[in-house]
Design a protein around this ligand. Structure first.
Ligand SMILES: NC(=O)C1=CN([C@@H]2O[C@H](COP(=O)(O)OP(=O)(O)OC[C@H]3O[C@@H](n4cnc5c(N)ncnc54)[C@H](OP(=O)(O)O)[C@@H]3O)[C@@H](O)[C@H]2O)C=CC1
Ligand SMILES: O=C(CO)COP(=O)(O)O
Length: 310
């Protein structure tokens, strides 16, 4: 299948699924946006699709996979995952879960600095689609690309996905930094140190270092850590104002994947002996073990070291 795909089924009618559906629709694809609450038969909308997009949050990925395995997809259906999270049971990314479940299907990851509300307003943005199957990546590239949405491809799906996943932890830290009004120097230091922390974890999990310096790594880090539109940033910001995590999540519009990702990341870092000082403080903060101000102090009083160690 070359050029623009004709039939796209999006699973998950949350903020991101809806935005992706609009982008494909504007490119003249037939789009079915499926939600658990729609009452529509999933089989009927996936079996006719050229591309099936999973835009559910990470907790929705295992049940979605299970449903599709029971249905059985037509051979050659392209699977696209747009989730940015880590499975709390297996610690795996969505790409891993989809790959294991559908080893013979072309699988593509979409990830980048993509705050859905900005894209909905027609503001320009860029993203990355990544796959080991180049033709599938190109199909998805043409499916979503427009004058308003520039789509790059690469062949490091894990690195691409992990950039978008790990930056959510940093976005919580960044919200704290801004909420406490720590200033531009502190913010710059935080983001600059966040990137090697992401690279350390991302490469240990199979991503390529260079990918983290692209749109899906540094690009998404900058977008999410600087925007009040980011739900993860909002979590950090509101923690710094003294609200409890429970209060924040109750009022939050949509999913902040970084809360779960932090917890899973701390487990992975423990197992693999990875140095993740920012994530450790975000974790302690989310657990209610320390205050935002104490988290900053803990980061600042660590042993002095060489800039490019570990
Ligand atoms: N919003 C954004 O700007 C961006 C979000 N993302 C990522 O996309 C993913 C979805 O985010 P977003 O749409 O914003 O989140 P929302 O909170 O707006 O929506 C949650 C989505 O997850 C699905 N979901 C939740 N729990 C389950 C479950 N148990 N079983 C099946 N489906 C479930 C919902 O499905 P249903 O519709 O059936 O209720 C819905 O589509 C996240 O991983 C996020 O990090 C990536 C880039 C940008
Ligand atoms: O991933 C995103 C932007 O690229 C969306 O960020 P939030 O999930 O923090 O809103």
């Amino acid at each position: 299948m070359n050029g623009k795909a004709k039939v796209v089924t999006i699973i998950g009618a949350g903020a991101w699924g809806t935005t992706l559906g609009n982008l494909a629709f504007q490119n003249r694809s037939s789009v079915y946006l499926w939600s658990r609450h729609s009452g529509e038969d999933l089989r009927s909308v996936v079996c006719t699709a050229d591309v099936v997009v999973s835009a559910v949050s990470i907790k929705g990925v295992p049940p979605t996979i299970e449903k599709l395995q029971k249905i059985g997809l037509p051979e050659g259906t392209i699977l696209l995952t747009a989730t940015k999270g880590l499975d709390p049971v297996t610690t795996k990314t969505a790409f891993h879960l989809w790959r294991e479940a559908f080893p013979n299907f072309p699988l593509v990851v979409l990830s980048g600095p993509n705050l859905s509300k900005e894209i909905d307003r027609g503001l320009p943005a860029a993203t990355v689609v990544s796959s080991y199957e180049k033709t599938a990546a190109e199909t998805v590239q043409f499916l979503f690309a427009s004058e308003k949405f520039r789509v790059y491809i690469n062949d490091d799906p894990l690195g691409t996905e992990l950039g978008g996943t790990l930056k959510n932890v940093m976005a919580i830290a960044s919200g704290v930094c801004d909420g406490l009004q720590l200033g531009t120097n502190a913010k710059s230091a935080l983001l600059t140190r966040a990137l090697p922390e992401m690279v350390r974890v991302g490469t240990a999990l199979g991503g390529r270092a260079e990918t983290f310096f692209g749109l899906s790594g540094l690009g998404d880090l900058l977008a999410t850590c600087n925007s009040p539109l980011s739900r993860n940033y909002q979590v950090g910001y509101q923690l710094s104002l003294g609200l409890s995590l429970a209060e924040i999540l109750e009022r939050l519009e949509g999913t902040a994947e970084g809360v779960n990702t932090t917890e899973v990341l701390i487990r992975i870092a423990g197992d693999k002996n990875l140095y993740v000082p920012i994530a450790v403080q975000v974790h302690r903060l989310l657990q209610g073990e320390i205050t935002p101000a104490e988290a900053v102090t803990e980061l600042m009083r660590r042993d002095l070291k060489s800039e490019f160690d570990r």
